[in-house]
Design a protein around this ligand. Structure first.
Ligand code: 5AD
Ligand code: SF4
Length: 469
């Protein structure tokens, strides 16, 4: 009999939401590569489509159903037998509902079961509709194969490594503790081995990721729990690794050791994504954030003392239940005082099963929309001021991909800005020292000042707004 598994097959994975999902999508592709699947960018030619979904806000979660509707139509029109799988946080949160609402789906797999994909797929191929949203006892990372050299090369010189998953903080708006489960840190030796392998395969920049990355407390080789600062120090020592980042952090876990790491590790990029959500103490308490606005200012002050060129980024929610005009004004005040280099902001979205969704004090949609517009304008101005302050400064960029025009390459600044360079004397994967000559809304333009520089001798960009705390 013909062995289905030996047949070359095509896989299309679409990732929604956060970087954790991007990482997980890559791990799923690596797992399925062993089953003969190669990736395609074209869903029409795929034998298997995986939607790796996000449940964080209603809008994000609904996207999966509209995408499934499109896939169903395309599948019918082409008369194809493409298998369709839903993975990620929507799969975890509403696996049975997906099966009910979308008969086109063959397989639902939660984030803790990706290592079981091959067997689940075989069951689905046998005609069964399969749902696996268990939180298994075994460590999925032990069973997820590493990427091949070719896969890593295709993904570019900047890579993610998951060091921690899940969350025990239970912010009252958030589904993550329910979709990703309890906080779990990976052992240090496994993280270092994964990072070393990536660097050996040509990766130059690693971002350590976790829903609560700075709560990291993985077991070290000495048997003791290591914090994120210790982990960063060891990853930074990997020969050939130029840059290091981590995301996403919680203000409560921003300890002195981590702040000192920003002073002491030249590989650690001067950029910190530190979601604050609100500038109002009353709302922060209602969100169960377990810190106040002054605590946030104090962290930033310490951070700027440790690393004066640190650029800051944050997440904000407007229209959380009970948010008054004065609360919102406190958020605006925080934004003006900090001077963020970039930020994400959202209207509060009530999520089923979370405490805040039950509150009687929901804010009307039009108030949310009005506040979001005001906040986004201020954040946009702050970002633009930061970008403008980069004009004339010189720093290294990591060249990541070709630009739109012939001869152009696009790299990332230490502050995660996209920088376009015309005809650079360097290749993708190289660090290139550039001076910023132009500042556009979506990218900067850089002039090379010599091939392959060193971040260590950078002139420091000034913080946009001096903070008066
Ligand atoms: N409504 C709106 N935004 C949310 N976020 C998380 N949960 C919600 C929600 N229910 C935002 C937070 C978080 C980011 C990843 O998404 O700002 O930091
Ligand atoms: Fe979305 Fe959060 Fe899940 Fe990431 S962890 S995919 S942001 S719900």
């Amino acid at each position: 009999m013909h062995d289905e598994r030996s047949k070359p097959r095509k896989l299309y994975v679409k990732s929604f939401g956060c970087q954790m999902n991007v990482y997980d999508s890559q791990r799923m592709a690596d797992t399925l590569a062993r089953e003969g699947f190669t990736e395609t960018e074209n869903p029409a030619e795929a034998d298997l489509v995986i939607l790796n979904t996000c449940h964080i806000r209603e809008k994000a979660a609904e996207k999966v159903y509209s995408e499934l509707g499109r896939l169903r139509k395309a599948k019918q029109a082409a008369g194809s037998d493409t298998m369709i799988a839903v993975a990620g946080c929507v799969a975890q949160a509403e696996g049975a509902e997906i099966m009910h609402r979308a008969p086109v789906v063959d397989l639902v797999v939660g984030p803790q079961s990706y290592h079981r994909l091959p067997e689940l797929l075989r069951a689905a191929e046998g005609g069964k509709r399969v749902v696996d949203t268990d939180l298994p006892v075994e460590d999925k990372f032990d069973h997820l194969p590493a990427p091949t050299r070719a896969a890593t090369a295709k993904r570019g010189p900047a890579a993610f490594v998951t060091v921690q998953e899940g969350c025990d903080k239970f912010c009252t708006f958030c589904v993550v503790p329910y979709t990703r489960g309890a906080e779990l840190s990976r052992p240090v030796e496994k993280i270092l081995a994964e990072a070393e392998r990536l660097v050996d395969q040509g990766v130059r920049e690693i971002t350590l990721i976790g829903q609560n990355v700075n709560a990291f407390h993985g077991q070290g080789p000495d048997g003791a729990a290591w914090n994120l600062a210790e982990l960063l120090e060891h990853v930074a020592r990997i020969a050939g690794l130029d840059r290091l980042r981590y995301t996403t952090s919680h203000p409560r876990d921003m300890d002195d050791a981590l702040i000192a790491a920003h002073r002491d590790l030249p590989e650690l990029m001067p950029y910190l994504h530190l979601p604050v959500q609100s500038g109002s103490d009353r709302i922060l308490a209602a969100m169960n954030r377990k810190h106040g606005r002054e605590d946030y200012f104090a962290i930033i002050e310490k951070m700027r003392a440790a690393r004066p060129d640190i650029a800051l980024s944050s997440d904000f929610i407007v229209g959380f239940p009970g948010e008054s005009d004065a609360d919102f004004e406190a958020t605006m005040d925080l934004v003006r005082r900090v001077g963020f280099a970039s930020a994400y902001s959202f209207k509060y979205s009530p999520r089923p099963g979370t405490p805040a969704a039950e509150a009687a004090t929901q804010v009307p949609e039009e108030v949310k929309a009005e506040r979001l517009a005001i906040l986004q304008k201020a954040l946009e101005e702050s970002k633009s001021a930061f970008d403008q302050a980069c004009r004339g400064t010189t720093f290294d960029i990591l060249l990541e991909k070709p630009g739109r025009l012939e001869g152009q390459l696009i790299g990332r600044s230490p502050y995660l800005q996209s920088v376009v360079v015309n005809n650079p004397p360097a290749r993708i994967g190289d660090l290139l020292t550039v001076t910023i000559t132009e500042v556009g809304p979506n990218s900067l333009t850089g002039e090379p000042v010599g091939a392959g520089g060193s971040e260590r001798s950078l002139p420091r960009a000034e913080p946009v707004a001096a903070m008066e705390v």
